[in-house]
Design a protein around this ligand. Structure first.
Ligand code: ADP
Length: 333
């Protein structure tokens, strides 16, 4: 019992589930063994008589013959029970092993989710702890200053505002990611990818104008997909927002939407690009190539984009060259 309490929840659940499987197997075995014994015990006398006298059973048996027959019936009964118990034990041992294996298989997805959640909470608390402690230190230092100026208070307020915006974004992104794990339910309907892209461009237009970017949007007719429109919009928003963020002023961004051979969206920027080593890592939670250049980002955008793509059975591909630009492509199946 002491050993059991030291096990992790997955191991405990695995043992409990195995015991349930074994319990069910044992009940079935007991039921069948009793039924088999009851039906076979009636034949013990016949088997012994046939064995001893073949088909010529004498009408009258001597006392010693009767005692001998009784002894043989008893022996047969004991041997039958012994064999049955041995067979049941073998079945229980093999069944127990199989139950433990199957319980592990059944619980594997839950184990995965538990581990991911643990990792997720650790990453999230680490990401939130850093800005919180930075803010605390800055506020304490300013409050302790004897002759603090209005300017000092203003600076700290600006820092608080910046960091709280960043933390707000992180919390928002965390909620989006965890909702994906919990709900995982999408309301898919036929929608137009080219129209979603146009809407997103409209929303991000102030940023495009602000950076004097040259945006080219090419669409080849209507591109209809079966998707959760809001989620796909979020995916396009993340990719286009990154393209804007990581392209220098007056740079160019090309957007292409086509329906053949598959419904595809590509966003090509002429920005800073991504190195070969970072290409796979940027889809991981909280990964940022360079925190200082990521401005107020959380490093969660592309992991959300990937989750959205995965939940639509779409693929995100990336081609990039450092200092030349990147091309993200979302291919719907
Ligand atoms: P962030 O909030 O930091 O932008 P993302 O998950 O969206 O987080 O992106 C992860 C990292 O990938 C970014 O920090 C950035 O370094 C890199 N990245 C994403 N998109 C681009 C892009 N279009 N060009 C260059 N680097 C990019």
């Amino acid at each position: 019992m002491k050993y059991f309490s030291t096990l992790n929840p997955f191991q405990k659940a695995r043992i409990i589930l195995s015991l349930w499987y074994i319990g069910v197997l044992l009940s079935i075995l007991v039921f069948f063994s009793i039924s088999l014994y009851t039906s076979q015990s009636r034949n013990f006398t016949r088997i012994v008589l046939e064995r001893d006298f073949s088909s010529h059973i004498p009408r009258k048996l001597t006392i010693s013959e009767i005692l001998d027959i009784k002894e043989q019936i008893e022996e047969l009964r004991i041997s039958f029970i012994k064999n049955m118990v041995l067979l049941d034990t073998i079945i229980i041992v093999i069944g127990g092993g199989l139950s433990y294996f199957l319980a592990g298989k059944t619980l594997f997805p839950i184990k995965n989710v538990l581990e991911k959640q643990k990792e997720f909470i650790a990453d999230a608390s680490h990401e939130l702890r850093t800005p919180i402690s930075a803010l605390r230190t800055a506020s304490e230092v300013t409050l302790r200053k004897k002759n603090a100026l209005k300017e000092d208070y203003k600076n700290i307020l600006v820092q608080i505002l910046d960091e709280s915006k960043r933390m707000g974004n992180i919390v928002e992104d965390l909620l989006t990611l965890s909702r994906f794990d919990i709900e995982n339910s999408l309301t898919k309907k036929e929608c137009r990818l080219d129209e979603i892209v146009k809407e997103v461009i409209g929303e991000l237009n102030p940023l495009i104008i602000n950076k004097k970017l040259n945006l080219k949007n090419v669409t080849y007719g209507k591109t209809t997909i079966l998707a959760d429109k809001n989620k796909v919009k979020q995916l396009v928003l993340i990719l286009l927002d990154n393209a804007i963020k990581y392209t220098k002023e007056e740079g160019t961004i090309f957007i292409k939407v086509k329906s053949k051979p598959k419904s595809t969206l590509s966003i090509l920027d002429t920005g800073i690009g991504i190195s070969e080593k970072d290409k796979n890592l940027i889809f991981e939670r909280f990964y940022q190539v360079d925190k200082s250049r990521s401005d107020k980002g959380s490093g969660l955008g592309l992991s959300i984009a990937k989750k959205i793509a995965d939940s639509h059975k779409a693929k995100i591909t990336l081609e990039s060259n450092l200092n030349k630009g990147s091309k993200f492509e979302v291919i719907f199946s």
